[in-house]
Ligand binder design. Sequence first.
Ligand code: APR
Ligand code: ZN
Length: 374
Amino acid sequence: MIGKVITCKAAVAWKAKEPLSIETVEVAPPSKGEVRIKILATGVCHTDAYTLDGCDPEGIFPVILGHEGGGIVESVGEGVTSFQAGDHVIPLYIPQCYECKFCKNPKTNLCQKVRVTQGKGLMPDGTTRFTCNGQKLFHFMGCSTFSEYTVVAEISLCKVSSKAPLDKVCLLGCGISTGYGAALNTAKVEPGSTVAIWGLGGVGLAVAMGCRAAGAKRIIGVDINKDKFEQAKVFGVTEFLNPKDHERPIEQVLVEITDGGVDYSFECIGNVHCMRAALEACHKGWGVSVIIGVAGAGQEISTKPFQLVTGRTWKGTAFGGWKSRDSVPKLVEDYMSKKLMVDEFVTFEMPLEKINEAFHVMHEGRSLRTVIKM
Ligand code: APR
Ligand code: ZN
């Protein structure tokens, strides 16, 4: 099908707050610097739901959502040198161009090369590759993995081992890498540390896995759903706190049971009150709190400045600080050599036709991750 339009199935979001609808779509060939991929599997993430619910100020419809995918290169556009047909790949919603000032700075992973067009749901040349019934469909986060075929920029893609199961390692395209990297790259947790994690969903459990890998001694999970506790042990959580079981604010309880506060805390919910509690549960003089959860549009955080004056640090991270094209293939290798868990995050597998059910179980808090198999 090189150079030809491909007709295939995709889950289309026609409007905010409406279920996705399975449609036959046309996927144009990749233009210069682009790659067309056959998607084999994709995770469903809160960011997809956030956009579908109309919460994302950048959200544009109609759109093909999805950004946690794995697939095989079908064809490449003009000038593409780093991929060829048959390569196993993971799309990357934060690209790595190696040229912009962000890519050249070791302190950040936030490549800005295609930021403006990606935010508008367009390919870097300002157009789209998807149509349905003659209507243009927008791209999402530079990935659009809820489609049997998609087109992404060469800089928004990495090649991974062909031995790795794509229906598992697709999850390294977002949630797992984000949490794991927040512990290792952003917080830089040290051996012997005491940490607290707000929210024991997929992201929070990936943080726990990173803290355990870094040698943390106490990993305290904070969640209002007690059903999350048993499963969390598998990922390294050693103690549990349910804010509902305590009269006092949970940060006070933490300060008391940790002799002054935790060395590191992580917010993996997207709740601005939990963000404040996570900061204030940190130890005076050195405690570091990392924000990972995405709060609703327009929400603001607050605390007393004295919290920072007395030596606590407030940080945030996107995609766990990983420089994407350099790091995701290595994370896949680490999974293959059993250094990091991925299989354990898969709660359900479903065909594309059942994708609305995947959103449903996520909203009900019943899934860490659902993998859609095409
Ligand atoms: N206090 C403590 N725990 C809470 C609270 C609260 N006020 N509110 C929710 N939780 C718990 C839920 O019970 C759930 O176990 O937080 C957890 C969130 O997990 P998931 O919904 O599975 O979300 P996850 O996929 O881990 O993503 C977490 O990161 O991707 C960002 O902003 C996005 O909301 C998302 C967050
Ligand atoms: Zn860049």
